[in-house]
Design a protein around this ligand. Structure first.
Ligand SMILES: *Cc1c(COP(=O)(O)O)cnc(C)c1O
Length: 356
């Protein structure tokens, strides 16, 4: 018998979420962002459920090669571009589209021996100050790239620091306008937040990630409650122990929780070594036997403890949902001071995964 913790990946929910993206951005083509092993869902498990997409966007050469070897023939975009000059040989061989954000990459493209031109995403720094050319450098970078026989189509790409905010695009879009002045080339600017909430930034290709997996780009699940997006990942386990506490009894490491009155506590086989956030405080929502209740006491490596007051019928073997349809991953993340993105990506390799 294996430990009862397991994750479920719902492929229909994933395809469904892609159709929601299409409705939100009907005039744009879609890069489905599957970096970080499809946000922890497993790229090899899920990519076929997204095969209606126009392209896949990711970071790792290994993931790009996996898609090509699995038979994906349509575009693949390397969001961070290439990391070393040698990577260009693989970009050429596997026919990848690459972002270009620095002058050394233009030089590398000029020097490479490629079998055919590669398509480029010219990255503009929208003000986030991570990757990309400043607006006033963009024309020069474009001219240099356009002159290279190794370069095929060029698309202008940018990313936003604050797209969850209704006014978060105003200053960045001005910078992008400045960068794009006089360049009649397609644009790709929109992450999930823009795809849902900023149609003015959709342009030619949108790049949604988190909403494909059914979580909120703002960290607040209510912001996507009316969109029809469905959670793709569920994390389940069972109660493996019950404790009857008397007033004043402590629970778990540091006795971080103490019972005020007589209280039944359930012990769940799931801890931070499974990917449950160690910082989830008492009060973090959890569902036991179909009833909403909460975590009490510290999260340990292999177990958490939960209040059974609202579910007196629960006992050993009762089903527990740590996150999924009933317990939104965004709520767990928020309680733990993080975002749904991190929890998905941190699902531990030791957790068995069922694909439905
Ligand atoms: C991760 C990423 C995205 C997707 O972001 P979400 O918030 O998950 O939609 C889009 N573009 C770039 C450049 C990224 O790195």
């Amino acid at each position: 018998m294996s430990r009862p913790v397991f994750a479920t990946i719902d492929r229909q929910a994933l395809s469904h979420n892609l159709t929601i993206v299409r409705q939100a951005a009907p005039d744009a083509r879609v890069w489905s962002v599957v970096k970080a092993n499809a946000y922890g869902h497993g790229l090899s498990r899920v990519w076929e459920s997204l095969s209606q997409t126009d392209g896949f966007a990711l970071l790792n050469m290994e993931e790009a090669i996996l898609l090509r070897d699995s038979g994906w023939r349509k575009p693949i975009l390397l969001l961070e571009g290439f990391f070393h000059q040698e990577d260009l040989a693989l970009i050429d061989r596997y026919r990848l589209t690459t972002s270009v954000h620095s002058n050394w990459q233009i030089k590398a493209l000029a020097e490479a021996q490629l079998s055919a031109p590669v398509d480029i995403y010219l990255k503009v720094n929208s003000g986030m100050n991570r990757l990309g050319f400043r607006p006033e450098q963009t024309h020069g970078a474009y001219q240099k790239l356009r002159a290279l026989p190794n370069v095929g189509d060029i698309t202008l790409m940018a990313h936003f620091a604050d797209a969850e905010n209704p006014d978060g695009l105003v200053a960045p879009l001005e910078r992008i306008e400045q960068a794009a002045e006089g360049l009649a080339i397609p644009r790709s600017l929109s992450n999930s937040a823009c795809t849902l909430w900023h149609p003015e930034a959709h342009y030619d290709w949108v790049r949604p990630g988190i909403i494909l997996y059914g979580a909120s780009p703002s960290g607040d699940w209510q912001d996507i409650a009316s969109t029809g997006l469905k959670p793709v990942m569920t994390l389940n386990s069972e109660l493996i122990g019950i404790q009857q506490l008397s007033p004043g009894d402590g629970v778990g490491y540091g006795y971080r929780y103490r019972a005020q009155q007589a209280q039944r506590i359930g012990v769940v086989a799931c801890g931070y070594a499974d990917g449950y956030p160690r910082h989830a405080p008492s009060g973090t929502p959890v569902c036991v036997d179909g009833v909403m209740t909460q975590v009490v006491g510290a999260v340990s490596m292999d177990m958490i403890t939960v209040d059974l007051t609202p579910c007196p019928q629960a006992g050993i073997g009762s089903q527990v949902e740590l996150w999924g349809d009933r317990v939104k991953i965004d709520r767990v993340a928020k309680a733990a001071g993080t975002v749904g993105y991190e929890l998905m990506c941190a699902l531990a390799p030791r957790v068995p995964v069922k694909v439905i």
